[in-house]
Design a protein around this ligand. Structure first.
Ligand SMILES: *Cc1c(COP(=O)(O)O)cnc(C)c1O
Length: 237
């Protein structure tokens, strides 16, 4: 036995997988004729221990995503000294908005004007405005979260009305059962909506689409922010 511990092994695994994900993101961007640094990787650390986040940070990762406020708060506290950027990517319950407004740098999952108002009034004065993405649903009833395209502008305007929020872009989670062609079309549709809003005068720079199973497909369709969990950290608890 050496003194190389199980923790070190787990950290090596995270670093190795992260390097592979980075290479795949770079290759997908090159195939699309885009610069190597054209997309942000958000490492989704929900249901992963703080040690795994630390390992990814040591390997150069700076953006992390969490889905459950209750689980995230102690983790963020423990890792505060890292100075990482934290993205909230879970469903937003109205009784949790204060913690999100106080602790996170980004929210990907805004779907209602009332929540925009809560986050805007609860964002502390000492922090920069909270970066906000609107979660869009293009699949109608079959899909859980997200605002319908018809209601998108009203939601965008609600965010613009909050000085403590910064409207940055759109996010989507395609239905889980789509085949490759349907997923490609789905991502393409969101890119079209993104461009329509941008052409309509909204200043947007972030299109958050793609997870472990489909981030290359999403990057082909214009994503510049992928949310990758299991491909970096391995299976969740
Ligand atoms: C869990 C989660 C991810 C990451 O999923 P993986 O398949 O593990 O990459 C991305 N986005 C959202 C919104 C999630 O909830």
């Amino acid at each position: 036995m050496t003194d190389h511990s199980a923790n070190d092994d787990a950290a090596d695994d995270v670093a190795t997988r992260l390097a592979k994900v980075k290479a795949r993101v770079r290759d997908a961007l090159r195939r699309a004729g885009r610069p190597d640094d054209d997309a942000t990787i958000v490492a989704v650390s929900k249901r992963q221990p703080a040690e795994a986040v630390q390992a990814a940070y040591l390997a150069g990762q700076r953006h992390f995503g969490e889905s459950y406020v209750q689980e995230a708060l102690p983790k963020l506290e423990r890792l505060e000294s890292l100075g990482a950027e934290w993205h909230f990517i879970g469903r937003i319950q109205s009784n949790k908005t204060r913690s999100i407004a106080e602790r996170f740098d980004w929210v990907h999952t805004l779907e209602r004007p009332g929540i925009a108002h809560r986050l805007g009034s609860q964002r502390p004065a000492y922090a920069p405005p909270l970066n906000v993405l609107l979660q869009v649903s293009l699949a109608g009833e079959s899909q859980k979260g997200g605002v319908r395209p018809e209601e998108l502008r009203a939601l965008a305007d609600a965010v613009l009305g909050e000085p403590r929020l910064s409207l940055r872009g759109l996010m989507t989670i395609p239905p889980a059962d789509l085949d490759t062609d349907s997923a490609r079309r789905y991502f393409a549709q969101l890119q079209t909506l993104f461009r329509e809003l941008a052409d309509g005068g909204y200043e947007l720079d972030t299109l958050s689409m793609g997870m472990s199973a489909d981030f290359e497909l999403a990057l082909e369709q214009g994503s510049n922010c992928v949310r990758v969990g299991t491909a970096i950290f391995g299976a969740r608890d």
